[in-house]
Design a protein around this ligand. Structure first.
Ligand code: KIV
Ligand code: NA
Length: 265
């Protein structure tokens, strides 16, 4: 059990203290983010895009998620570590869902799992929770359903979808989820959900009326640079800085400047 627990996140919401969450997929990045004092690290299936270069989160496998989770857990002393159940490992079969969640918990020693969807996956959510595994929900833009949505635009702008999202959020809370992520929905809707629920609501592209924020660390650090949605605040432009560093190294090697006398034995 790490310093930040699911219980602690509930206390933070009760006190109005905002929760800061970022993704991590590897040991070195997780060490930096944990040392900075991040509350929650998400081993997101966005690793499919960011680490593996796929166009969606659909292809990443449970074995690959476990590898990323193990690498992150080895680095972390303080943050709560949440791992995404990848596409195809929990939808439609609660027994398989539980087996997938147990593999993540046993093989990586992470603290919790996250899964996308509401009513459609509630049996799987309940079964995992009844095994004593904490679950974080994820509603709104759920990237594992991209082939159903067809686009990555804002979700739940229409009343019907907004009403279903509110119902799903309550369903997840009643089931026993410790938190829910809301992705890319109108700020007013996210604010309403956060005020109706006792569990902390973490937003990404969901405005400032929720209990915490999550970003993909490679996006906020500017390692990725093709992707610029409105909700993304970039704190660094590492793509350019790392490219320039690489160019400088290449130049030094080619010009025989590197290594110099102090850099050899
Ligand atoms: O996989 C991921 O990075 C996520 C966050 C965007 C919430 O699910
Ligand atoms: Na995800």
């Amino acid at each position: 059990v790490r310093v930040v627990t699911t219980h602690r996140l509930m206390e933070m919401k009760a006190k109005g203290e905002k929760i800061a969450m970022l993704t991590a997929y590897d040991y070195s990045m997780a060490r930096i983010l944990d040392a900075a004092g991040i509350d929650v690290l998400l081993v997101g299936d966005s690793a499919s895009n960011v680490m593996a270069g796929h166009k969606s989160t659909v292809p990443i496998t449970l074995d690959q998620m476990i590898y990323h989770a193990q690498s992150v857990v080895r680095a972390v002393k303080r943050a709560l570590v949440v791992v995404d159940l990848p596409f195809g490992t929990y939808q439609g079969n609660s027994k398989e869902a539980l087996a997938s969640a147990i593999r993540i918990m046993k093989e990586s020693e992470a603290d919790a799992v996250k899964m996308e969807g509401g009513a459609e996956v509630i049996e799987s959510v309940q079964r995992i929770l009844s095994a004593g595994i904490p679950v974080m929900g994820h509603l709104g833009l759920t990237p594992q359903s991209i082939h159903k949505f067809g686009t990555y635009t804002v979700r739940a702008r229409e009343k019907e979808e907004a009403d279903k999202l509110i119902q799903d959020a309550h369903l997840l809370e009643v089931a026993g989820c410790f938190s829910v992520v809301l992705e890319k929905i109108p700020a007013a809707l996210a604010t309403q959900v956060a005020s109706e629920l006792k569990i902390p609501i973490i937003g990404i592209g969901a405005g400032n009326g929720v209990d915490g924020q999550v970003l993909v660390s490679h996006d906020m650090m500017g390692i990725t640079h093709e992707f610029s949605p409105r909700f993304l605040r970039r704190y660094l432009n590492l793509f350019e800085e790392m490219k320039e560093a690489t160019e400088a190294y290449i130049k030094d090697v080619k010009s025989r400047d590197f290594p110099n006398e102090n850099e050899q034995y």
